[in-house]
Design a protein around this ligand. Structure first.
Ligand code: 0O2
Length: 214
């Protein structure tokens, strides 16, 4: 039985619980988005510029959940999704520069109703592919009719240049029918371009400090 077939069988058994859990994740996304909007408004007031360029959110697709659960050997159940997958609710924040991504992440996890679950700094330590981004898994409360419930959300924060690279890299990953030699050359070129984007970010940050002070 394929992972997606197993996932669909699980949905047949637990459809209502699955729909409820996805609604809770959607609520958690709204909580995080609101916090980010407040930071942006406050920062604009104090510094006359917006640290956030864009925010987009998604619930992980069923296919991607099924693939990850099967790959990691997690049981296929709604309880297991909540217990084992920390990226079902995802918020991507694009900031002008990497230092803005760090500052926003720090403000977010510094709030007293936000708990930091995990932090992966792929800006300081880029992935093998050249991917650069700061990932934080946070737990935020959602307020329901009967009490509150903590929910996990993965927040990916990155600069415009890092996002530009990641978006193109993502598009290229769909092109699977390349010959191995060509694929290796493209992978190598992507790493070079990731370094070029990091260089651009560094120089832009230096320029910002020169203009505005640190
Ligand atoms: P989607 O939307 O979730 O289907 P783990 O298996 O726990 O070690 P995991 O959970 O895959 O690692 O987390 P990781 O690698 O920290 O972050 C995964 C997400 O980061 C991906 O989501 C992408 O959004 C992004 N990402 C990671 N590596 C790359 C990369 O090389 N290029 C690009 N463009 N994005 C990357 P999913 O799971 O692919 O998407």
């Amino acid at each position: 039985m394929s992972a997606i077939d197993e996932f669909e069988a699980m949905l047949d058994r637990e459809e209502e619980a699955f729909r409820r859990l996805m609604t809770y994740y959607q609520c958690a996304i709204m909580e995080v988005e609101t916090k980010l909007r407040v930071f942006d408004a406050e920062f604009r007031l104090q510094h006359d510029r917006n640290p956030i360029e864009s925010v987009c959110s998604r619930l992980k697709s069923q296919g991607s959940m099924a693939e990850k659960m099967a790959r990691k050997g997690f049981p296929m159940s709604v309880e297991s999704i909540e217990h084992n997958l920390f990226d079902v609710a995802g918020v991507r924040v694009v900031c002008a520069l990497p230092e803005d991504a760090y500052a926003l992440a720090e403000s977010l996890v510094g709030q007293d109703d936000v708990a930091l679950v995990d932090r992966r700094d792929y800006i300081a330590s880029p992935k093998e592919s050249g991917y650069r981004s700061l990932h934080v898994i946070v737990e935020v409360p959602i307020f329901l009719e009967r009490g509150k419930r903590p929910m996990k959300v993965e927040v990916q924060l990155r600069s415009i240049a890092q996002n530009f690279w990641a978006a193109l890299d993502h598009q290229l990953q769909y092109k699977k029918d390349l010959d191995p030699g060509e694929e290796a050359a493209i992978v190598a070129e992507l790493k070079v371009l990731s370094d070029a984007a990091a260089d651009l970010d560094g120089r832009m940050q230096a320029l910002r400090h020169r203009i505005f002070g640190s």
